[in-house]
Structures are given as structure tokens and as C-alpha cells.
Design a protein around this ligand. Structure first.
Ligand SMILES: [Zn+2]
Length: 85
């Protein structure tokens, strides 16, 4: 998983798009999407959505990836899919 500097645009609501300058976004392979896709740290998703971390962790529509250092990353595709409904 490589770490890159990039700006990621996330559609949180259909009428509103939020641009997140995410210094630590990582691109990795999501086995559930079957795609190479940006991942966001869970803390970024919490800040972005204002949902509780536990609520996000229990959302089975989100594709979570737990790193060896314990950091939880969330597949950007699943964020868009599960939070824009
Ligand atoms: Zn995914």
C-alpha cells in the first residue's frame, strides 16, 4: 500500500460535495470492490461524516482495512456508496 499526497473529493450528500485534503490517504486493493482504490483513515471519515467511530465500525457496508499498526482505513468507494444513500 503506497501513501500519496492527493486531494480526494467525496460526495457525502447528493447536493453537497466535500473536498478533503487528506495528507495520509493510501491507495490499496479493496477485496470487496475488486479495485485499487484510495483508502481514508477512519478518523478522517469520522471528521467528515460526524458519525461516531463505533457507528462506522459497525456499518457492514463500509469496507474496512486494518493495518498492522492498528490503524483502520476505509475504502473510499464504500464511503460513497453507504453514506450517500
Ligand atoms: Zn471497497
Amino acid at each position: 500500500m503506497k501513501t500519496v499526497k492527493r486531494v480526494i473529493q467525496i460526495e457525502v450528500e447528493t447536493e453537497r460535495s466535500v473536498v478533503v485534503a487528506c495528507r495520509q490517504s493510501s491507495t490499496g486493493w479493496c477485496g470487496r470492490c475488486n479495485l485499487e482504490i484510495p483508502f481514508l483513515p477512519l478518523a478522517e471519515v469520522v471528521a467528515l461524516t460526524r458519525l461516531e467511530e463505533s457507528e462506522l465500525a459497525q456499518n457492514h457496508d463500509l469496507h474496512l482495512e486494518i493495518q498492522s499498526d492498528g490503524q483502520v482505513l476505509v475504502c473510499l468507494n464504500s464511503i460513497n456508496k453507504s453514506l450517500t444513500n
